[in-house]
Design a protein around this ligand. Structure first.
Ligand code: FEO
Length: 413
């Protein structure tokens, strides 16, 4: 049974939802929320399909396409992004539609050959470059390159006739649509924002400067844009400033919230007690937004997403094999890989005979990451938080609270 939605005259969402996939890119948990693979079909004098879907949902996708085509030929297939979650069904679409011409760019065609689609595209492709346009009847589409958002071949396409911007991975989100089409049909801030942030920061977080470059290039086109059609998640038709503002902050590595994320690694609950005690002290000092996360039961994709969200991070770690607890080390390495920067840290270490984690974490933050501030206060716990630690913890809580408040004040000025 087909499942499609009309976006505007003659433009349909023909994508599909995936609920069985446990790990996106075989690494990021979907925890039962699923993900959508969006594809769009324009019916003009010619018919134009924008991108395809992951192989896992190809059957549903083909049903959707054939329903909307209603017997018409598929004249063009536009490929804006060649990652297989959007490109894996190219071959199947082209085998079923020998009349179709593929429109994409030089890098994407090279990648199509690498992925084994060479035979099926040969003799029927049309290469576009930045600024090129194609007219399909009443509709004219223009292309803008979007390198590294999120692969080198990525580009976005603007239908200058109806204002639909096909934004590739840009403005995408984890989470299946399940009948939703537009962002204004849901409480996005409450129900989607965390997944949109987790998607962007973990998938494209490393390429902040490239997102900034795309936002700068797309800025002059915005007055023409009436719909933002990403490859995952809902379509935007209003309140563009909200989602563009979020992307602008994330890609400049600026926090959304002046608050504190406390990430702890605890083997027997003693470091956990310290993390929770610090959270209480921060609350007592008027810090309104404090979140405590156990590194052992929180996937690193969430830790990364929340590190992008919060201005301050406390890492509380046991010493393990005379080093950093492995999952904390994994978090630090992921921050480095994703270019996370411009945050303020405090560090708590724990160790029964040779506490080492604190120095090693501070050294990593200083030497391996960019523009991180590490507060001077040090707190070393020997096995269990004791009355001897009280003054050091008060001092650390004072420093963090003062720092959060000074950033709040700077924001107001
Ligand atoms: Fe959703 Fe970069 O692919």
């Amino acid at each position: 049974m087909h499942s499609v939605r009309l976006i505007t005259d003659n433009l349909y969402w023909v994508g599909a939802n995936e609920h069985r996939l446990e790990l996106f890119e075989n690494i990021h948990p979907l925890d039962g929320i699923g993900v959508s693979y969006n594809s769009y079909l324009l019916l003009d004098k010619k018919t134009v399909l924008f991108d395809t879907v992951d192989w896992a949902v190809c059957r549903q996708y083909l049903e959707n396409i054939e329903f909307v085509l209603a017997g018409r030929p598929l004249d063009y297939l536009v490929i804006n992004h060649l990652e297989p979650d959007h490109a894996a069904s190219i071959e199947e679409v082209l085998i079923r539609h020998p009349e179709t011409t593929v429109i994409s760019n030089e890098k994407a065609f090279m990648q199509m050959r690498q992925f084994g689609f060479g035979d099926v595209i040969d003799g029927r492709y049309d290469e576009v470059q930045e600024g090129d346009t194609r007219t399909f009847g009443d509709h004219t589409v223009a292309w803008v390159y979007a390198p590294m958002v999120h692969w080198p071949e990525a580009m976005v396409a603007l239908d200058v006739t109806n204002g639909a911007l096909f934004s590739a991975d840009g403005f995408g989100s984890f989470k299946a649509l399940d009948g939703v089409l537009f962002a204004d049909e849901v409480d996005f801030d409450r129900d989607w924002l965390d997944e949109a942030r987790r998607y962007l920061t973990n998938i494209v977080g490393k390429y902040g400067p490239h997102i900034q470059a795309l936002l700068a290039k797309a800025g002059p086109l915005l007055p023409q844009v009436k719909y933002i059609c990403p490859l995952h998640g809902p379509v935007w038709r209003e309140d563009f400033g909200y989602i563009i503002g979020k992307y602008d902050k994330w890609s400049r590595y600026e926090p959304e919230v002046n608050g504190v994320l406390i990430i702890y690694a605890s083997m027997y609950g003693n470091t956990e007690s310290a993390a929770v005690a610090l959270a209480a002290k921060l609350r007592e000092r008027g810090v309104k937004d404090v979140k405590v996360r156990d590194v052992s039961n929180t996937h690193v994709s969430w830790l990364i997403s929340e590190t992008f969200k919060y201005s301050h991070v406390v890492i509380a770690s046991v010493t393990y094999n005379l080093g950093i607890y492995p999952l904390i080390h994994n978090y630090l390495m992921d921050m480095k890989a994703l270019n996370v920067q411009q945050r303020t840290f405090a560090v708590i270490e724990n160790g029964t005979w040779a506490p080492k984690a604190g120095d090693l974490i501070r050294e990593f933050l200083d030497k391996e990451l960019k523009q991180m501030t590490v507060l001077n206060d040090e707190l070393t716990i020997n096995s269990h938080l004791s009355a001897d630690n009280e003054s050091e913890m008060d001092s650390m809580a004072d420093s963090i609270a003062d720092s959060v408040k000074s950033e709040n004040a700077a924001k107001v000025e």
